[in-house]
Design a protein around this ligand. Structure first.
Ligand SMILES: [Zn+2]
Ligand SMILES: [Zn+2]
Length: 560
């Protein structure tokens, strides 16, 4: 039998959903207050004669009938119907502290946001501030609540769990100084999404168990040589115990993709069993006749080919990034002034800044109308005179409109130094539609860079379907660079396409899509992902120095 609490929950949810859907607010209120009343009743409704329920204070005829239905069938038809009309992401949003029905209605109906990931991203882009009832404080607390909620759900962006994982590894190393312990598997190879943390350790199982219990990693179970436990902060942890002589080989194998490992073993100089190598991983590479390759780059067999050459190919590093390409100022939805962003670039040693605020159709992001584009260009001219030799390039992140056209007239388009084209609206589309839009935008002579190609938001929104090869081929044919959006929730285009892009001679560009100077730091995650795909500085536009970048633009201008 249903107890009063469960019945109350049903009515409370029904009231909230009706409010979110903008239905009869009087009725919605009556269900909410019924929920409140039911919770406080001194007797269980299931023990109350039906005819008496309607006469209870605070419960009307309509509610009484619904209580009867619930008690008889265990279901509430009205609730089931309205739930079916609500996207799963909106239902999830109701779990977020600080988000009542009114705010959720605004988020859903006015902002067009249907998932927590999209909402978090909108917070990062300061988009909530444009709506009634959402101040900076609210936006910040919504952001924190979502992060908290996500942290307890079991799947993490690499960027969100990296620091915690390193800390855990360090704790183990300090606790067991005479044993070897290392991060292991997905987290060690820096997969962009992490579902569980793995540690490999040579300490004994009982010692590890005691230590985990002390750290409150509960519940905890032992399966063979593994301990499965729940971190107090929510993450799932598996500690794999092994013998000292197995350590290096196990660690190495866990960081390789299957195809990489196979190629490694086949091309190894030594056919002996390497499992006795208990030194460091570098010795393993050495014995096999290869140069060392870090754990996050053991994805493609192609990476091995250059490793037995005297001068191996150098994969890109953060030091190879020479510029901030793709950034937003407070002229659209960024937090800071152009000058602040430029000065932060100079302080960090970047040679130039490509300022690309949102275009006019992006009303939600305070996109620039033609008049404001002109004003901004004058402001940039002034700053460039002041900050030389540092240079700010006049760019725009032009919405790719529904039919694939760009967001301004030709004269305005020509006034930019370069243009980044991105899809921001009507993301739910067939592959055919997505391809039409993207290809038309790529073929426009003004387009220089294709921004976040699939529109995906990791762990919250899949990208629209595209044929990657056709898009990459079209970008090569039109001299368009493809962005590797470095925001850890985007990392779009996916790193797995980098080898194909390089093979076709496509230029890529690791861009932070920064909405504040703090956003510049995301470059690091773009670089880590790009390393997985074996990107070299030669193939990365944001590694071009100022002169090379200007030359690239000049060549492009000739094409128009
Ligand atoms: Zn964008
Ligand atoms: Zn952007």
């Amino acid at each position: 039998m249903l107890d009063n609490y469960t019945i109350a929950d049903h009515f409370s949810l029904l009231g909230k959903l009706m409010d979110i859907h903008g239905e009869n607010s009087f009725k919605a209120k009556s269900y909410s207050s019924a929920a409140f009343t039911i919770e406080k009743l001194p007797v269980q409704l299931s023990d109350t004669p039906r005819e008496k329920i309607a006469s209870l204070k605070g419960i009307g005829d309509s509610t009484a009938k619904k209580i009867g239905e619930l008690l008889d069938t265990g279901k509430l038809t009205a609730l089931e119907e309205i739930t079916a009309l609500t996207p799963a992401g909106i239902l999830e949003m109701m779990q977020i502290k600080g988000l009542g029905p009114k705010k959720i209605a605004t988020i859903w109906k006015e902002m067009g946001i249907e998932s927590l990931g999209e909402l978090l991203y909108a917070c990062n882009e300061n988009r909530l501030l444009l709506y009634k009832g959402f101040g900076e404080k609210t936006q910040e607390s919504v952001k924190q609540s979502i992060q908290f909620y996500n942290a307890h759900k079991g799947q993490y962006l690499y960027a969100d769990i990296e620091a915690y994982a390193f800390q855990l590894e360090q704790l183990f190393q300090q606790q067991f100084p005479t044993y070897q312990t290392s991060l292991y598997g997905d987290i060690k190879r820096q997969s962009i999404i992490i579902t569980q943390l793995d540690l490999l350790s040579t300490a004994s199982l009982p010692d590890i168990q005691n230590y985990l219990e002390k750290l409150q990693f509960l519940p905890l179970t032992i399966e063979g040589n593994q301990i499965h436990a729940q971190a107090p902060e929510g993450a799932k942890l598996v500690v794999h115990q092994c013998l000292p002589e197995e350590f290096t080989q196990r660690l190495f194998a866990s960081t390789c993709s299957a195809i990489f490992l196979e190629a490694f073993q086949q091309n190894s100089n030594t056919k002996e069993d390497n499992s006795s190598i208990s030194k460091v991983e570098k010795a393993l590479f050495e014995a096999a006749g290869f140069h060392y390759l870090p754990p996050n780059q053991r994805e493609f067999p192609e990476a091995l080919r250059t490793l037995n050459q005297p001068a191996p190919l150098t994969t890109i590093t953060i030091a190879d990034i020479k510029a901030i390409i793709h950034s937003h100022s407070n002229w659209s939805d960024g937090l800071e002034s152009i000058e602040t962003m430029a000065n932060a670039c100079i302080a960090k040693g970047y040679e130039y800044l490509v300022l690309s605020d949102h275009s006019k159709s992006a009303g939600y992001a305070n996109g620039l109308q033609v008049e404001r584009v002109r004003e901004q260009h004058l402001a940039i001219d002034e700053l460039n005179a002041k900050l030389a030799p540092f240079q700010i390039f006049k760019s725009i992140e032009s919405d790719i409109l529904g039919d694939g056209s760009l967001d301004y007239d030709d004269a305005t388009l020509q006034s930019f130094d370069l243009l980044i084209a991105s899809v921001h609206s009507n993301l739910k589309m067939t592959q055919e539609k997505a391809m039409q839009r993207l290809l038309r935008a790529i073929e426009h002579p003004a387009t220089c860079i294709l921004g976040h190609m699939t529109g995906r938001l990791l762990l919250s929104r899949p990208g629209y379907p595209v044929d990657h090869k056709i898009i990459i081929d079209a970008c090569v044919a039109n001299g368009v660079a493809i962005e590797i959006n470095a925001h850890p929730r985007r990392l779009d285009i996916d790193w797995s396409w980098i080898p194909y892009a390089i093979e076709k001679g496509c230029l890529l560009s690791i861009n932070p899509d920064a909405h504040s100077t703090e956003g510049f730091e995301d470059i690091r995650y773009g670089v880590l992902a790009a390393q997985k795909g074996g990107l070299t500085p030669q193939h990365n536009l944001s590694s071009f120095n100022l002169e090379a970048f200007k030359n690239w633009l000049k060549e492009r201008k000739h094409k128009i």
